[in-house]
Design a protein around this ligand. Sequence first.
Ligand code: N01
Length: 860
Amino acid sequence: MNKPASVPEQFDVVVAGAGFSGLYMLYRLRQLGLSVKVLESAGDVGGTWYWNRYPGARCDIPTTDYTYSFDPELEKEWTWSEKYATQPEILEYLRFVADRHGLRSDIEFSATVTSARWDEPEKRWRITTDGGQEIRCRYYIMATGCLSMPKSPDIEGAGRFAGQVYFTSRWPHEGVDLTGQRVAVIGTGSSGIQSIPLIARQARRLTVFQRTPNFSIPAHNGPAPADRLERLAEDRDEYRDAARWSRGGVPIDPTDILGGTASEAVRRERFEAAWAQGELFGILNVFADQGVNPAANDIVAEMIREKIRSIVTDPGIAEALCPKDHYFGTKRPCLDTGYFETYDLPHVQLVDLRKQPIVSITEEGIETADESFGFDAIVYATGFDAMTGALVAADAAGRDGVSLKEKWAAGPSTYLGLMTTGFPNFFMLTGPGSPSVLSNMTVSIEQHVDWVAGCLENMRDEGLETIEPTALAEAGWNQHVQDCAAITLHPTANSWYMGANVPGKPRVFLPYIGGVNAYRQACDEVAAQGYLGFRLTGPGEDRCRDGVIRRMQPDVAMVLEFMAAAGMPPLETLSAADARALLAVTAEARPPGPEVGEVTDGVIPGPSGHLPYRLYRPAGPSEGLRPLVMYFHGGGWVLGNLDSDDPLCRDLCARSGAVVVSVNYRHAPEVRFPAAALDAFAAVQWADANAIELGGIPGQLAVAGWSAGANVAAVACQLARGAEGPHISGQLLVCPVVDSDMTRPSYTENGDGYILTTALMRWFWDHYADPADRGDPRAAPLHGNLEGLPEACIVTADFDPLRDEGVAYARALEAAGVPVRLVRARGHTHTSVTMVGVVISGAPVRAEIGEALGDFFPAP
Ligand code: N01
């Protein structure tokens, strides 16, 4: 019974929801000695497992792993009967946990939160329920689940049907007997795919209305996997810890086999093994690159389509069941038991809504563009307003009365998926921006709950009253969440991960795809750094260490980790010859860069001897003349050659449509300053004089370079201006060296750990130029006369010691009246933008560079 409304109850914490997360949260809060009230809409514990009682409902993570790990004794007392337990068994488990820890006494069932308001003077939340209760609490924790708010059926006439209507997500507790009935199922996501084979067993006629075919693999359900049971028996703690620090919350060995380069035999073997295993993280781990590389993804997708065609006898139906409009894994793949086989049954019909869309639900059944169907029952398996639906529906309004719905009108915004600015002391468990639905939920839930409990314990110990993220920290996290998604194929799909299944919902990638391990690390670091990015207040206290926990592009961070693990010696500890040899070896393993029309090598007459060059002609008619770009490679005047920057030159050529000529100038220490710069200038003069032979349009000549190559390109522009020719249309300077001053803040911030270090830069300068020459504009173009120089595009990278001198050059050029386009490579290092085919997040930057190069020349 709900309590009368008159006297507000007071608790330290109110938790909304008594599913997996709410139950464990209650357990942990009790351990801290806090008073807690859990409010639960349902009549019992269980959350998603209370509501989703449709036939065939099971988990899709092996139950050995889809289980609490906080209580080792519990693990001894409970044995799962199958690899993938049924909904009744999982619900029974949660009841068992609630009883074992006596949790029910703090849970109020059949009580739905209808609103929550932050009371700033009181520093309390005021919670109201549908029973008219008002509760005050210091902390409000939403444990309302990611897939708990059913999507309303957005189908014309949905209320008109006179027969029985069922939702998989609200299946009647007493069960449903569909024996002998004519049944429609709308929707072929996980709920539809799990329930259809069992509904087909009862129904006289089953008609499945499919809008989008889905990838599904056989679950091969049965006894719990022996290998997992063995590992658990051997060392339970080690196994659980491996799960906590794994990418998806299930311990697996991530493959490093690439789909694009693996042999056909290896591809087949890996796929068949994953198919036979029947596990989500197995089929997502056939190739290391299937989530980011369309070609690798296509291989797995096509093998699944082959399987569908081999199972379903009618080729037309098989084809209609083959997913082709999204990459495999970008929508949640399903695990099934006899799903595709069901379509071979004579009483089962598939209606392809892409060919004949539903026009309306009628009193008798469903009318499509082509046919009218009569039914006794319609089952909606149409999904959820995922991740944000339940949070927004609970009508929370924070400081200044702004509601979550208003704040998130353009998409959710959170710090770590745990909190959101303007909502003090308001926590979300597995909220948007956390790994949640992309992971084994139980592992993610335990991590969230433990972090929140640790936070509240810390606040109590420190006498603090409120906690709230800062705008800077939250914006940084949102950016990181989107950066992680952007390097994958996920944003290309119309999935519920993207909010695309709910009409009008903003399209934003909702969960954090960086991995359970990376996420845990970030959360731990935030806490260890005194709750970085949070503002904490208490009597006489107002503390805030503001900042962004992850600023680096995720794939750049991965490359750095990989290089650190490879144990490459710092280049500056080697001789020039050994450093060159080492770089040559590492270059061999790179992807080659994009195809271009033609690549030819030749030599240029330099000031003292010939200089090798490599010419890249864009694809297209070979006879047409193009703008010409003279490119100079990076390598601190010491390293690099025509091969070192080959992928980047291909990329620049393909993107800009210009002929790119890469020049191998003379290197230090064999030949020191100013040889490299003079070579560059000579090469530009030669190109101008021989433009037509090179396929270039006379008078349309630009220079480009990366790092020290950008240095000599910039110097060439100054020398050309001084010599009154040749005319240079533009200068593209990628992370340029323009000064020898190492005192700028970017050296202090980035001088260690990002490949180009202060020590390496010193090594380069020492090899190239005497200290007395380092202020010469031919070594440090920032010190030259900048008037009348060609327009410039300057690229700077956040984690580059040279960042600030690049910015300084841009500002100085602008001050001298030179048009400048300054491109910030956000989250990149000195080298990462140039890593074509390796660092995916560099592609948008290079697209901008390619556009800038094209803009140097008149439109064709
Ligand atoms: O929902 P869904 P779900 N007209 O959104 C179709 C978890 N889960 O409940 O793709 C016609 O995936 C819609 O079509 P389309 C799991 O994470 C886990 O099945 O939008 N059709 C789609 O086919 C899962 O991903 C398990 O074109 C309409 C279907 O309905 C998530 O919950 C079991 C329509 C909805 O699929 C959601 O799964 C079950 C319309 N107007 C669920 N509107 C486990 O195994 C929607 N559809 C643990």
